[in-house]
Design a protein around this ligand. Structure first.
Ligand code: HEC
Length: 550
């Protein structure tokens, strides 16, 4: 995160209670051989059978010898067949998304680290193709920090098929002369070979554009913050100018944008996700009717005191959108077990008697009264991140490509450790993120994959303005602990941790404090166009246009 300060001013407690490990599925015994090997195993007896048939007509010694030769010949044939089948199997293995994790270490201190810094075959089957090389140059880098606070630094190779560009305000790496030289000449190679680089498939192109747009915003953001000496800023400027041309070359026509898939619908249709949560954090659950049943799930919008003139609108973007510098928009959904009516009632009561409005206004965010009524057990809340793309006129346009889904389900509302949850404070949390490996492989699982709850993560967004490389917390918190850090602030549990109930994030930007409301059924979400409007007014966007002389 650069250029934009975190808009949350809460204090996040450090003391994390033990987090319940995600239960692993009971192991079933199975021999996982790639399909070609199974074919081979089945053909062996058939081949042997053929030899036996040859033998059955034998009567003389000479013939016997011939048969021996035949057997040797068949054996060689089979050996060659075996070797070639193994090669095919190995290739199929590498391309099979179920095995894409083979590029990463899965256990121990290196879990989540890539095994090598070589490009991955994500955008194209050839890992060394230009498109994979440029992606790797920006999305793979080594870290050397401790796995625990105060521990010994370990070397890991981070990134790969991840959604965040691994850069923080204090990252020296991206601005070093050596890195800039290498990146600059690689971007030159891309510009010289644009037709070869440019994916014909609009989905891949939108993703590559997104991946490079994040880099542009980072470099532009550091220069807007006037970080570093003149030589450093010039190096960043040079990369920005080149990246802007590349991004321009990767835009989509309105028809291509229209053709981009609804990846959440695909995720649900894939049948890969559980359709009920059963309060069981080990289930990979995605609510099937989240976007289709406005009575079961209500989309939430922030409070606005009156029909707003347009400039007022852009104050009401989420803090997440600001942190992603308007390259993503976020939709928020609530589900109350009692349905839409129960939610509307709850919001009315909170508005009337749940908040200390004076303290809230002076603090710049919700301050609940101790007597505030609680949300019912079983309440679920969802935050969905979706991609914004640039069209061929360089206008930001919202798409239906889901980049992440975060969920919280309340199992109790008093924060007690029982019944157990993966945070230990009455709520189960989960996160699903977009994986290019799945998305580009026929939209498998809608491109979404669950992030393990119990493995340490890097937090890229919501950092302080001078956050060091790899973030203030490094890799010290697991995903579940990280969610807890913000969503149980100041000892609050239950409904008080639903940050979007009152839009504190926009307060400094001029938004009026007030309780959020559900959109009426059938109302199109205002979030995408609002975030796109916010982006067009942001300095990073102006710099993108200026870099192109537009
Ligand atoms: C750095 C603080 C921070 C962390 C860490 C964090 N969130 Fe949030 N979360 C927020 C804020 C702020 C909002 C309100 C939306 C906005 O304005 O961006 C929010 C909103 C949400 C919402 C929408 C409903 C609500 O509570 O308003 C969900 C669901 C959610 N977060 C889940 C998670 C999960 C799951 C994790 C862990 C993977 C997590 N969050 C980690 C700050 C945080």
């Amino acid at each position: 995160m650069t250029g934009i300060y975190p808009t949350i001013r809460r204090r996040y407690g450090d003391g994390m209670s033990a987090v319940r490990k995600r239960e692993s599925e009971p192991r079933r015994f199975s021999i996982r051989l790639p399909r070609p090997l199974w074919i081979l195993l089945l053909t062996w007896p058939l081949e042997m059978d053929r030899i036996a048939v040859c033998r059955s007509g034998s009567g003389t010694w000479g013939l016997e010898l011939r048969r021996k030769n035949m057997f040797t010949m068949d054996f060689h044939r089979l050996l060659t067949l075996t070797i070639s089948m193994c090669c095919v199997a190995a290739l199929a293995h590498a391309a099979d998304p179920e095995h894409r994790d083979s590029s990463y270490f899965l256990e121990g201190e290196l879990a989540g680290s890539l095994k090598s810094d070589r490009p991955l075959p994500l955008y194209d089957p050839d890992p060394q193709s230009l498109v994979n090389r440029v992606f790797a140059a920006f999305y793979i880098r080594a870290s050397e920090i401790p796995g625990k606070r105060g521990g010994t630094p370990i070397r890991r190779i981070e990134g790969g098929d991840v959604i965040d560009f691994l850069a923080w305000p204090g990252s020296a790496y991206w601005s070093e002369p050596e890195t800039c030289r290498r990146l600059s000449s690689l971007v030159d190679e891309c510009l010289d070979n644009l037709p070869r680089l440019r994916p014909a498939d609009p989905l891949r192109r939108a993703m590559l554009q997104r991946d490079l747009w994040a880099v542009f915003d980072f470099y532009a953001g550091r220069n807007i913050a006037r970080d570093g000496d003149k030589a450093t800023r010039d190096r960043r400027d040079e990369i920005c100018r080149k990246l802007a041309r590349l991004i321009h070359g990767l835009t989509l026509s309105p028809a291509e944008i229209e053709s981009l898939p609804d990846t959440y619908a695909t995720a649900i249709k894939s049948g890969k996700f559980a359709s009920e949560h059963r309060f069981e954090p080990s289930l990979d659950y995605l609510p099937p009717r989240l976007l289709t049943d406005a009575e079961e799930w209500q989309e939430i919008d922030f409070f606005q005191p009156h029909e707003n003139p347009t400039d007022f609108q852009s104050r009401n973007v989420t803090s997440h959108t600001r942190n992603y510098m308007g390259r993503s928009y976020f939709r928020i959904f609530y589900h109350f077990p009692g349905g839409r009516g129960a939610l509307e009632n709850y919001l009315k009561i909170i508005d009337k008697e749940g908040l200390d409005w004076q303290k809230s206004a002076q603090f710049g965010g919700a301050r609940f009264l101790a007597t505030a009524p609680q949300v019912p057990v079983g309440t679920e809340v969802v935050l969905m991140q979706l991609l914004i793309t640039l069209d061929d006129q360089l206008r930001p346009v919202p798409t239906r490509i889901v980049e992440s889904v975060q969920m919280r389900t309340f199992r109790n509302v008093d924060g007690k450790p029982e019944p157990p949850t993966n945070t230990g404070v009455g709520m189960n949390v989960s996160e699903y993120v977009l994986k290019r490996g799945l998305l580009f492989d026929g939209l498998k699982q809608g491109g979404l994959e669950r992030t393990p709850d119990d493995k340490p993560i890097y937090r890229v967004i919501f950092q302080v303005p001078n956050a060091p490389d790899w973030g203030s917390g490094g890799r010290s918190l697991s995903l579940a602990q990280d969610c807890r850090r913000c969503h149980t602030a100041a000892g609050q549990v239950g409904g008080q941790t639903i940050s979007s109930l009152v839009h504190g994030g926009g307060f400094d930007g001029g938004a009026t404090l007030g309780v959020s409301h559900p959109l009426a059924a059938g109302t199109p979400s205002p979030r995408g166009s609002r975030a796109a409007m916010w982006k067009t007014r942001h300095e990073t966007y102006r710099r993108l246009l200026e870099s192109l002389g537009e």
